[in-house]
Design a protein around this ligand. Structure first.
Ligand code: ARG
Length: 402
């Protein structure tokens, strides 16, 4: 049997190489994707081959990840439960796609991944793999082996799998769009996460004492420049990770409802995502009308839940994307943001498609808004409320008037 394993270089997937070789008497081919996690991928390759993988693939998919996964998520204001920018979730369908691609090229019988049976990632990978190629068998060693963390360490020692104690305090998943931090003492939801959990964001108390202002330019719903300097997506996102992170912005700490029913305490560092999504939402408020915004908020939330819940390939997402794209042609302009010691605030915005009309909004004498009509508008707007009220009090409409 031949198995293609999604390999991160971490403990679980390293142990998985040995476990798949032994348990299934299989040949293991490993695949490591560069999603912008900024880890040394050569180390992963060496480690995999030294553990007996017959072949290793490294693929740089950063560009694809940005343009085909992060970009649609920006347009959809992708946030799960209003908080989590879906960073891990967005990477999974791409990993599934590449696993299937390599498995097909290698004529493999199965694909494998290091997900546990308690999370969302197994769902995201399995659903996408099965949708892309129903004939591939899926092996999920960590879900199957039933080892505790200590037993796993023991097995690793016996099989000569290197263990880095420092690295294994937390379970980390990172890519260009964010860093997810789990387990260790983060599982106690009452406690503040220790500072050693964070790598991308400076603690606000240590951040610069002067604010940083940035201007983000958008074209068709996507960020294209910082301070009027045009940038490619990868460069722009990396730069914002750095600028916002330096100013203490981008830490998320919340209780998250996993698809499998567990409530878990999740901690993230998503500096660029936090800034971009805030700026994008603000610009949409300037260029879309109230009806478009109300409907889009609803649609955005469905989009986020689909993606979080592993249904990236569901046709509904493509349907929703078509609607979203039709709104984004208006989302052009810029948003100014102030970053200061962990706080982020929009301080200005502008667009050639702006619906903000000064002559309607102003309190000065140049106002063209006819205030006289307000009285009649309020009369009918409040009518259903008033009717309910006077009926409850059993008074006649005529009396209500006085
Ligand atoms: N709770 C997040 C999600 O479901 C993060 C998962 C992190 N995964 C990990 N292997 N540490 O997307």
């Amino acid at each position: 049997m031949k198995v293609v394993l999604a390999y991160s270089g971490g403990l679980d997937t390293s142990v998985a190489i040995k476990w798949i070789q032994e348990k299934y008497d299989a040949e293991v081919i490993t695949l490591t994707l560069d999603l912008g996690q900024e880890e040394n991928l050569d180390t992963a390759k060496e480690k995999s081959l030294s553990l007996g993988a017959i072949k290793h693939y490294t693929m740089d998919v950063k560009k694809e990840f940005a343009s085909d996964y992060i970009f649609p998520s920006i347009k959809a204001n992708g946030l799960y439960e209003g908080k989590y920018p879906l960073s891990t979730a967005l990477g999974r369908p791409l990993i599934a796609e590449k696993l299937v691609e390599v498995a097909e090229n290698e004529d493999a019988d199965a694909v494998a991944h290091g997900c546990t049976g308690k999370g969302n990632d197994q769902v995201r990978l399995d659903v996408s793999i099965k949708a892309l190629n129903p004939n591939l068998r899926i092996i999920a060693p960590v879900r199957e082996w039933g080892l505790t963390r200590d037993q796993e360490m023991q097995y690793a020692k016996e099989k000569g799998v290197p263990i880095s104690v420092k690295k294994n305090v937390y379970s980390i998943d990172q890519n260009l769009w964010g860093r997810s931090i789990e387990s260790g003492m983060l599982e106690d939801a009452t406690l503040e996460p220790p500072t050693d959990a964070f790598e991308w964001v400076t603690m606000p108390e240590d951040a610069p004492d002067v604010p940083t202002y940035i201007k983000i330019g958008f074209e068709n719903g996507l960020p294209t420049s910082i301070d009027d300097v045009e940038m490619r997506p990868l460069q722009l996102i990396s730069k914002l990770n750095e600028i916002a992170g330096r100013n203490g912005v981008g830490i998320i700490d919340h209780i998250e409802d996993r698809l499998v029913g567990i409530k878990s305490r999740e901690v993230y560092e998503c500096p660029a995502a936090t800034v971009i999504l805030e700026a994008h939402k603000e610009l949409e408020k300037l260029v879309l009308n109230r009806h478009q915004l109300e409907f889009k908020r609803y649609v955005d939330d469905i989009w986020s839940r689909l993606v979080y819940n592993g249904l990236w390939l569901d046709p509904l997402r493509a349907n929703i994307d078509a609607f979203i794209d039709s709104t984004q042609t208006r989302v052009n302009g810029w948003v100014k943001i102030k970053l200061y010691k962990g706080a982020l605030r929009v301080t200005g915005r502008s667009s050639s498609s702006s619906l903000y009309d000064f002559s309607l909004a102003t309190y000065s004498s140049s106002s063209v808004f006819n205030q006289k009509y307000a009285e009649g508008f309020i009369e009918f707007w409040g009518l259903p409320t008033r009717v309910a009220s006077y009926k409850a009090k059993r008074i006649a409409p005529a009396q209500e008037r006085n």
